[in-house]
Design a protein. Sequence first.
Length: 230
Amino acid sequence: MLPLREGSRPPLLVDVETAQLPTQRTGLLHSCGPVGAPHGWMVLHGLSDRSANFIDTWMRLEHANSRRVLAPEGLSRHILDPVNDVTGACWGTVEDRPIDQRDAFAWLDQCFSRLQNEAGHGARVLVGFSQGSLIAARWAVARSFVWDAVVLWGTAVPTNVDARELCKRSKSQKLHIVLGRRDRFATAERRQAVKDRLQGAGVSVEMLDFDGGHRMDDRTLAEVAARFER
């Protein structure tokens, strides 16, 4: 056996065993608008955001008393700035994605049940921003509920999601994608590639844009609300 160098670790004498055990988590949910409002929205934030920050956009939206908005927070959190104690949340990572996704789906199911109890019989709209769009698309396809609209903001349909099935989860029978014209993640070439891929698969897609980057936009969101809240 070779001698250990200074600072090196001693050899491991047993193998490590790995187990994955289910546990109960407590999720954070922010909401706005009166209980009993006719329209119901579920809105999913992006990577490293917090639901309290994300729901601000809906708190500025006109006719706020006509909609009940639920903003669940991703179950995974991480430190963004340890000096100032800034924390972000996310919907999971590529490592153990099936487990993160299963937990996220169970959490979203609970929030959806709450939305159905708290909102009236008006429109139901699902909005995901950036990473929130990815989990929104996967969750919508995995469930049978048909929304008035499923809006993917700041990203496209994940390549491992059947876009045709996602269309069936929207009464409009089309995908609604919103992108900022200066979004660094959505260049003109990428937009066209996404549009070509979806249309080549026989998917009807409506792409909205606005003068901005990788962010939400109040005016565009107001247009979306006016279209589907009828």
